[in-house]
Design a protein around this ligand. Structure first.
Ligand code: CP
Ligand code: NVA
Length: 304
């Protein structure tokens, strides 16, 4: 059966930790100079309807490192822009490639592609979820701080695609997650309620970022206006100002805390230059781990 990676919600704890453990091995092997060819003869199609630096390059690089090939299609390059039905696109692409990595707007777009595709569809970010990102973020947390089940993770800012995905991960893996979001910018309520019902550790929303970071092991942040929300940028800058991750907020947490940012970062908006470039921030290790996680994902979904 074709297995897609559309959200973390369809996976077990063992499956999620399986990607991370395998990525850790692949990272070690890459550092040791070991070359791999397990995806030789395989090709993925990458359909990206939003910009990307990290996800695009790390997926492409991961594929090449494992011996495979990539065909990249921006929204300009396909007939989707001219309203070719998704069900036709999915069935045609599946005749040419061994997997699809898709970055788009609505979650229903990846869901529909997956419904009609006989090859795996991997969600490389939608408005609702960013599953591959959160796997590499959790890998980074484990490398830095040990088993995530023992940690308190704070999310500061918008209840966006990243926040929704962290919520699903917290419920499945079992770790404490506290999110500080301005009123009106909460995560998706259905996802939150489902996760709270499933969770073994608290998943909480608060309004005060200081409350969220108290005794936190990890502070997570992301842009205030996600891709597709550019027209709300100015309004959001005002609303989110108290949610900036700066040295005062970091001090309220403590020297044990690490700071994650999925990047791209807007300095002096959601995070200050001082914190982003400071010792407690691991954003660039986090970015590297996308490469290793994407290898583990491609291996699992393309060859089982
Ligand atoms: N973190 C992340 O997904 O970055 P890109 O938008 O550059 O892919
Ligand atoms: N929430 C951000 C994540 C970027 C990687 C966005 O969707 O633009």
């Amino acid at each position: 059966m074709t297995t897609h990676l559309l959200s973390l919600g369809n996976f077990t704890k063992e499956q999620l930790t399986g990607y991370i453990n395998r990525a850790m091995v692949l990272k070690k092997e890459a550092r040791a100079g070991l070359r791999h060819q397990q995806l030789a003869g395989k090709t993925i199609g990458m359909i990206f309807e939003k910009p990307s630096t990290r996800t695009r390059v790390s997926f492409e690089s991961a594929m090449y490192d494992l011996g495979g090939q990539v065909i990249y299609l921006s929204s300009r390059d396909t007939q989707l822009a001219r309203n070719e039905p998704l069900k036709d696109m999915a069935r045609v692409m599946a005749r040419y490639v061994d997997g699809l990595v898709v970055r788009t707007f609505g979650q229903e777009i990846v869901d529909e592609l997956a419904r009609y595709s006989s090859v795996p569809v991997i969600n490389a970010l939608t408005d609702l979820f960013h599953p591959c990102q959160i796997l590499s973020d959790i890998m980074t947390v484990i490398e830095e701080k040990g088993p995530i089940e023992d940690l308190k993770i704070a999310w500061i800012g918008d209840g966006n695609n990243m926040a929704n995905t962290w919520i699903q991960a917290a419920a499945i893996i079992g770790f404490e997650l506290i999110l500080a979001c301005p009123e009106g910018y909460d995560p998706d309520s259905d996802i939150l309620i489902a996760a709270q019902n499933q969770a073994t550790r608290p998943i909480t929303i608060v309004r005060d970022p200081r409350e969220a970071v108290r005794e936190a092991d990890v502070i997570n942040c992301d842009v205030w206006a996600s891709m597709g929300q550019e027209n709300e940028q100015k309004e959001r800058e005002k609303i989110f100002q108290p949610f900036q991750v700066n040295s005062a907020l970091l001090a309220a947490s403590g020297p044990q805390t690490i700071v994650l940012h999925c990047l791209p970062a807007h300095r002096e908006e959601e995070i200050t230059e001082e914190v982003l470039e400071g010792e407690q921030c691991v954003a660039f290790d986090q970015a590297e781990n996308k490469l290793h996680i994407h290898k583990a994902i491609l291996e699992k979904h393309l060859i089982g």
